[in-house]
Design a protein around this ligand. Structure first.
Ligand code: SF4
Ligand code: SF4
Length: 157
């Protein structure tokens, strides 16, 4: 008989509690620490060691580099991610010894075309980074960072 009163009482009690929902997209959520959103890439830190590409389970990272003939050090020529196949596992971030690839706080990941998900260095620059640090290679292996001219992966027989 008093079920309706119990219902009103419950609603009334909740009415003055702090809301847990937000008016998205006008309001943006606070991204928690450790969030695995789309990557930030720091070209000035990358040593072209290839560790991120080797650990990536979906093989979406391409590191193009050449060796300096004098110092024998690897020089980065290009770095891209085919983000449409990325599973946001964060292994690349874990594997990188110099924090050059980091999982970012970008969470609005929808796009209209697959090509838009091809991440160049420019697209992955962290906030505040100038495109001056972007490396577009001089080495023979550099193919221009284009989706259709991606260097073929080596197959070990
Ligand atoms: S988050 Fe995972 S799947 Fe995506 S690029 Fe990094 S290692 Fe590859
Ligand atoms: S991003 Fe890190 S792990 Fe990947 S090639 Fe550069 S230095 Fe190596």
């Amino acid at each position: 008989m008093f079920r309706w009163a119990k219902g009103y009482a419950y609603t009334g009690k909740r009415l003055f509690e702090k809301t847990v929902t937000i008016q998205y997209p006008q309001q943006k959520p606070k991204i928690p620490e450790g969030w695995r959103g789309r990557h930030y890439f720091y070209p000035d830190r990358c040593t072209a060691c290839d560790a991120c590409a080797r650990v990536c389970p979906t093989e979406v990272i391409t590191v193009v580099s050449h060796r300096d003939p004098e110092t024998k050090k690897k020089i980065l020529d290009d770095y891209t991610i085919e983000f449409e196949r990325c599973i946001l596992c964060g292994y690349c971030e874990e594997a990188c010894p110099v924090d050059a690839i980091k999982m970012g706080d970008v969470y609005e990941l929808a796009s209209y075309a697959r090509e838009q998900e091809f991440m160049t260095q420019e697209k992955m620059l962290p906030p505040g980074y100038s495109t001056d640090v972007v490396v577009h290679g001089q080495g023979e292996a550099y193919r221009g960072g284009d989706y259709r001219t991606k260097p073929e992966k080596k197959v070990n027989h």
